[in-house]
Design a protein around this ligand. Structure first.
Ligand SMILES: Nc1nc2c(c(=O)[nH]1)N[C@H]1C(S)=C(S)[C@@H](COP(=O)(O)OP(=O)(O)OC[C@H]3O[C@@H](n4cnc5c(N)ncnc54)[C@H](O)[C@@H]3O)O[C@H]1N2
Ligand code: MOO
Length: 527
């Protein structure tokens, strides 16, 4: 139903809303400045038209050959003209030829293999290594612990008790503290106060915890330490090399640098790690209707994608520049794409063939190679992937927000994962708590939340509010369920694409059902 939404009097509304608007002005200024700074848009290289590598080389038998159930007119329109002659033309005058949609799984593979591999690894200071992938194994640069260490606050003791308490600094002597190097050996029958983490003096055989010892004054002066029971040798001493020996293999190449890996690397003596660079992404948010603050008004709406995509990309280990809003203007988009040096440019909106949908014509004008032009997935089927230069790609996300999420997970995530040398996530299949309708031909991605089921363990509950323009479902979700054409019954184990921040809980919480009201009828109704 929502596939058939139309833009209506969009063009007319757009003229009305130009006016005294600070965001509009800032936008215009930013784009103007940027365009002016770069001079006239670079002309395309002669003979470069749009080169489509798209098409589904492995289309499943019986797969749809036009773009799903969409208007066949748009699926069979003529190819646009190539080269400079069509620069700046509106899509209305150069209709985009829509090739067959690529099957969803194939689209993900094409995205993952769009680059031959990650760029060369670099030495990366620990503070910048989070989220990168190790290019070489992590081996210990030192024994850990690197010296025999007291595991408790108490006394280092030598031999069986009782022990004469050494207090070279007087009665208030704190003994050996962490960070100090005891110079003198402990004599047999002697004890010395020691703190957790302090280096064990040579000659010590064990540590007696402070709560287990009793200090008694001796009649002739001095003090004696008593233990209620015998202290086994080695008690509460962490021996040197207990965790690892210098040169031990700690983690393999390909491991993700997590906060815990940073901690381990620091403990093992590293100041920098040899890791693959973070892919650099730039996000261009298209749409003159978008506001960056306040309430929607006069036909204009808030930009939901700018605030979402930066952090989402960061969660994927990407260095993402602050999203830039671009005016719905072909030359502005052309200049921004021609100028960008990012590994991956992500555009939002403008992928369809509406009056101000400039993505296809601009790729054409740039001579980009379109690798995926439409995917057999709902929502988000107008998504696209193009090669701007040998190692520079563009992912065109549809403007509808959940459709954009679908494009992000389908095309951007595998591409960025390959660039970052990240491993694919472990396959995750979970039974559904409720049936989900399917699209007749296309894969569907449906937001689901994890639920604990007494009988089945971890299950996935399909969420409502999953229309292409809605984020309410995905905001409460842990994952997107991959629903095959035709749908899935309750209890079916479906592949899940986990959201990058998912940790088995969701914003609504298992007990709160209020987020899952029903504007669409049955759970998981077809988008
Ligand atoms: N004649 C046809 N029209 C449309 C088709 C089609 O096949 N034939 N496909 C529809 C589908 S499905 C989608 S998805 C959209 C994709 O359109 P675009 O990528 O060109 O996106 P826009 O037209 O710019 O915007 C679509 C929709 O999303 C809103 N939007 C855009 N950006 C944002 C943002 N940053 N935050 C929030 N909302 C955003 C925009 O206002 C529109 O409502 O095309 C359909 N049309
Ligand atoms: O159905 Mo569109 O692909 O709104 O996402």
């Amino acid at each position: 139903m929502t596939d058939g939404e139309t833009g209506g009097a969009l063009g007319a509304a757009r003229d009305d809303r130009r006016g005294d608007d600070p965001f509009e002005d800032a936008l215009a200024l930013a784009n103007h400045t940027r365009a002016a700074a770069t001079g006239p848009a670079r002309p395309p290289e002669p003979g470069h038209g749009i080169r489509s590598a798209g098409g589904p080389p492995t289309a499943a038998p019986g797969a749809p050959t036009a773009r799903g159930s969409h208007d066949p007119e748009t699926a069979t329109g003529p190819s646009g003209p190539s080269g400079a002659a069509d620069a700046g033309r509106s899509p209305a005058s150069a209709p985009h030829h829509q090739p067959p949609a690529t099957p969803w799984q194939r689209a993900r593979e094409l995205a993952a293999h769009a680059v031959p591999g990650p760029p060369a690894p670099t030495a990366t200071p620990l503070a910048e290594a989070l989220g990168r992938t190790l290019a070489v194994p992590l081996t210990a640069l030192t024994d850990l612990p690197s010296f025999d260490t007291s595991a408790m606050d108490g006394w280092a003791v030598s031999g069986p008790g009782p022990w004469r308490l050494d207090q070279p600094g007087g009665a208030a002597d704190p003994g050996i503290l962490a960070g100090q190097s005891p110079a003198e050996a402990l004599q047999d029958g002697h004890a010395l106060a020691i703190a957790t983490g302090a280096r064990i003096p040579s000659g010590a055989t064990a540590v007696l915890r402070s709560e287990h010892g009793e200090v008694r004054e001796l009649p002739g002066g001095g003090r004696q330490l008593h233990a209620p029971r015998p202290v086994p040798p080695g008690q509460d001493i962490r021996p040197r090399g207990q965790e690892c020996r210098r040169g031990d293999h700690l983690l393999p190449a390909g491991a993700l640098v997590t906060p815990a890996v940073l901690g381990l690397a620091a403990a093992a003596g590293y100041d920098e790690l040899t890791a693959y660079p973070r892919p650099r992404a730039e996000v261009f948010v298209l749409g003159d209707e978008l506001l960056d603050h306040g309430l929607p008004q006069a036909g204009r709406i808030r930009d939901a994608l700018g605030p979402m995509l930066g952090p989402w990309l960061q969660a994927l280990g990407v260095a993402a520049a602050a999203p830039r809003h671009l005016a719905d203007d072909a030359d502005t988009l052309y200049a921004a794409l021609a100028e960008s040096t990012a590994d991956v440019v992500i555009t939002t909106g403008g992928t369809a063939a509406g009056p101000v949908d400039h993505v296809h014509p601009t790729l054409h004008r740039l001579g980009a190679e379109v690798l995926v032009d439409g995917v057999a997935v709902r929502p988000g089927h107008p998504m696209l992937l193009a090669r701007l230069a040998p190692r520079r790609h563009l992912v065109g996300l549809p403007g509808n927000p959940l459709a954009a999420v679908s494009g992000l997970c389908t095309l951007a995530e595998p591409l960025l994962r390959s660039l970052a040398a990240r491993r694919p996530p472990a396959p995750c299949r979970t039974p559904l708590t409720a049936p989900v309708h399917g699209h007749p031909h296309d894969t569907r991605l449906v937001p689901v939340a994890y639920r604990d089921d007494e009988r089945y363990g971890l299950t996935a509950e399909p969420l409502h509010f999953h229309g292409p323009a809605m984020l309410r479902g995905i905001a409460a979700a842990d994952a997107l369920a991959v629903v095959p054409p035709g749908g899935a019954q309750r209890g079916t184990e479906l592949e899940l694409l986990e959201l990058p921040w998912s940790a088995g809980w969701s914003a609504g919480g298992p007990a709160d059902r209020s987020a899952f009201g029903d504007p669409f009828g049955p759970a998981g109704g077809a988008a």
